[in-house]
Each structure stands twice: as C-alpha cells, then as structure tokens.
Design a protein around this ligand. Structure first.
Ligand code: NDP
Ligand code: 8X3
Length: 249
C-alpha cells in the first residue's frame, strides 16, 4: 500500500486531498501546525486507512528533518509527497508591503517546500521510486497587481518543480506541479488576516473551484500508470481566464 505525506492537511486543498487519498486506501501522513485539526482529521479517516498526524511548521528546518527522518517504520517509506502547505499574506503594492508578510511567503511557500523535499527525496532515491507533486498557482505563471511577493514565491515553486524534475531524472521519481486558479478555501482569510467578509467577496459572483476539485485532479495524477508523469497542469474555474479576468455576475 502506498504512503502519502501531505503538507497543509489541516485545511483546504490538503485536507480534501487527504480525504480522497483515504478513499484510495493510501497510508497517510497528514501535516500542518494545528495539531487539533490534524487529530480531528485522523479521527475521521482512520476507519478507512492508517493515518499518522505529524505536526510541524515547515519554516523550522530542524523540526522538519527530525520529524521526517524519525517516522515510525510503517510510515517511513514515502511514495507520494504533496508539497501543498502555503499561503498568501497580504495584497499590497510593493512599496507598502510588510516585511513580515514577505518573510512568511518566502519562508513557507519556497523554503518550507525545499526543506520538506530535501527530507523526503533521499528515501525515494534509495527505493528508485516516488512521486512529488508541487502545488504552485496561476500566480506562478503570471503576475497580478499587488500580488508581487506571493507571485514571486509561486514562480519559485514553478522553477523548483522544473529543477527537481531535471535533477531527479533517471532516479525513478515522478515530479510534477499543479497550478490552481481561484479556489475557495481559507486562503483569502489568511491573506486578509482574518477579515472573513473581505475574503468571501473574492469568490462571489461566479462558480469558483472547490478544494475537492483540485483533490480529485491530484487523485487522477497519482493514479496514472507509472510511466506517465503529468508534469505541469494549470486548472481554473470556467469563469476565470487569467488572474485578473474573471466573469463575475
Ligand atoms: P488554506 O489556507 O486553506 O490551507 C493552507 C494550508 O497550509 C493549511 O493546512 C496550513 O496549515 C498550511 N500551512 C500554512 N503555513 C504553514 C506553515 N508555516 N507550516 C506548516 N503548514 C503551513 O489554503 P489552500 O488550501 O488554498 O492552499 C494550499 C496551497 O494551494 C497553497 O500552497 C496555496 O498557495 C495554493 N493555492 C491556493 C489557491 C487558492 O485560490 N486557494 C490557488 C492556487 C494555489 P496550518 O495553518 O495548520 O499550519
Ligand atoms: C491563489 C490564486 O489568484 O488568489 O494562488 O493568487 S490567486
């Protein structure tokens, strides 16, 4: 049975992916900082499959390596890594951006993804098998007003995904990215620092993607025959054409 490690499983895309992977019967390592939410999800999913809750902050490199290098034997061979943890912090013109927001986005979305990958990749190389899915964004393919540093962090994910695929070529490991457009999760609540009214407005007036839509695509990607690697996928709702062109009624 396959073992999957999902970062950012306490909410949104990561949480729905955990649920869908449980349907597939994969062993799950669910990660995030909010331990209570991880335990609730484990309680929900453990009837279907084996679940390990692993709470850490992806910014804390010592903790990342300690936790991943000391997994219990039943979970130590990670077949699938979903690099999903991440958020936008703020939506300000570059001249007004907050240093704390910039640090958070670069440290979580870019460096955190690198730390987790570095902890997981050696085992995959040893076993000559594995599948890494990096969750990028349409913000990693284009830049929109006030998106500056978030877009930079997701452009970095796009570059890291391509670099990983090149460097791991010949090692039996599949590497690919999924780049969602607008998906209604806690993403905008985090971006707008808990302003739920402002967050809700982002997704009003059109039929936005649900985290389940992305999870379903992740399931499709990981269940292809092993010689098939979906390398790069952009997914938007029908109402969206680009980051800024959205058909709102
Ligand atoms: P959510 O806010 O719902 O989920 C974000 C997840 O990331 C949470 O589980 C959170 O867990 C985790 N996370 C955040 N910071 C850290 C940290 N420092 N250490 C560990 N885990 C962390 O947002 P989404 O589900 O929408 O976002 C998931 C991914 O999808 C992100 O990479 C995002 O950039 C990307 N994305 C989202 C889109 C959208 O429109 N929603 C579109 C395109 C891409 P916890 O707080 O418990 O640590
Ligand atoms: C999330 C999509 O357009 O809000 O990455 O940046 S967007």
């Amino acid at each position: 049975m396959k073992t999957a490690l999902i970062t950012g499983a306490t909410s949104g895309i990561g949480k729905e992916t955990a649920k869908i992977f449980a349907e597939e019967g994969f062993n799950l390592i669910i990660c995030g900082r909010r331990e209570g939410r991880l335990n609730e999800l484990k309680e929900e999913l453990h009837k279907r499959t084996e679940v390990l809750s692993l709470s850490f902050d992806v910014r804390d490199k010592e903790e990342v390596f300690k936790k991943i290098e000391n997994l219990p034997p039943d979970f130590s061979n990670i077949d699938i890594l979903i690099n999903n943890a991440g958020n936008a912090h703020g939506l300000d013109p570059i001249q007004d951006g907050s240093l704390e927001d910039w640090d958070a986005m670069m440290d979580i979305n870019v460096k955190g993804l690198l730390y987790v990958s570095k902890a997981v990749i050696p085992g995959m190389i040893k076993r000559k098998s594995g599948h890494i899915i990096n969750i990028g964004s349409t913000a990693g393919k284009e830049v929109y007003p006030n998106g500056n540093v978030y877009c930079a962090s997701k452009h970095a994910v796009d570059a890291i995904n391509k670099g990983m695929r090149i460097d791991l070529n010949g090692k039996g490991i599949r590497v690919g990215a999924i780049h969602p457009g607008l998906v209604e999760t806690e993403f905008s609540e985090v971006r707008f620092k808990g302003d739920t009214e402002k967050a809700k407005k982002v997704y009003q007036g059109f039929e936005v993607l649900r985290p389940e839509d992305i999870a379903d695509i992740i399931r499709f990607v990981v269940t292809r025959p092993y010689h098939v690697n979906i390398a790069d996928l952009i997914v938007m709702c029908t109402a969206q054409a680009t980051s800024t062109i959205v058909d709102k009624q």
